[in-house]
Write a protein that binds this ligand. Structure first.
Ligand code: ATP
Length: 189
């Protein structure tokens, strides 16, 4: 079994990679669901998800979200014994280390290479209209800084593969589809 996790800066295309996976029938586990569950449990504002994630990491360690997510992954694997799996939402090196330790050689980390300026990433965030998204560019700068603080740079450096998202959305989706097809073919050997 191949478990693929994507890492990249905010709005680099991680959710889009998961969309391609779903369209191909590949199961996706979203780490953000751990946060959304916690937000709901606390009756908090969805926009405070980032703060809550920070708090969990401070209290329970940098791999807190990964640990909680592992339960969801195991359940999904039982429900849907697929050759290829996607984990959406890895943010830092501690999470990468946790998954490597618990998922073994089947785990593969893919980083998304972008060359879009922050203004373009902000415009993309504005047009996707997700309820937990920020509404000004300063907040995106804060999110960039926070995620870099979680060890995003180290996670990107530790990736096994780089996929480019430096052109159109269609070109990017084709790159992602090729990656999944390659993995499915390899696992079918
Ligand atoms: N090459 C591209 N050209 C145009 N739009 C793109 C491109 N890549 C991604 N997008 C769009 O940009 C938006 C942000 O991408 P996506 O939601 O996949 O980012 P993300 O990495 O999941 O972000 P986050 O870290 O906030 O979860 C989406 O609406 C997506 O369709």
């Amino acid at each position: 079994m191949r478990i693929i996790a994507f890492v990249g800066m905010p709005a680099s295309g991680k959710s889009e990679a998961s969309n391609v996976a779903r369209e191909m029938g590949i199961p996706v586990v979203t780490m953000g669901d751990v946060i959304r569950k916690e937000v709901e449990l606390r009756g908090a504002d969805p926009a405070d998800g980032g703060k809550i994630a920070n708090e969990l990491r401070e209290k329970e360690g940098m791999d807190a979200i990964a640990k909680r997510c592992m339960v969801m992954i195991e359940e999904k694997m039982k429900e849907n014994p697929s050759k290829v799996f996607v984990i959406d939402g890895v943010r830092g090196i501690a999470e990468v280390d946790y998954f490597k330790e618990h998922l073994g050689d089947g785990f593969m980390l893919v980083s998304i290479a972008i060359d879009s300026p922050i203004e373009e990433r902000f415009d993309r965030i504005m047009s996707r209209k997700r309820e937990d998204d920020m509404d000004n560019i300063e907040q995106l700068k804060e999110r960039d800084t926070r995620e870099i603080g979680w060890g995003m740079g180290e996670a990107i450096a530790a990736s096994d593969r780089i996929i480019e998202n430096t052109s159109t959305l269609d070109a990017y989706r084709a790159n992602i589809r090729n990656l999944f097809e390659e993995m499915i073919a390899e696992e079918g050997k």
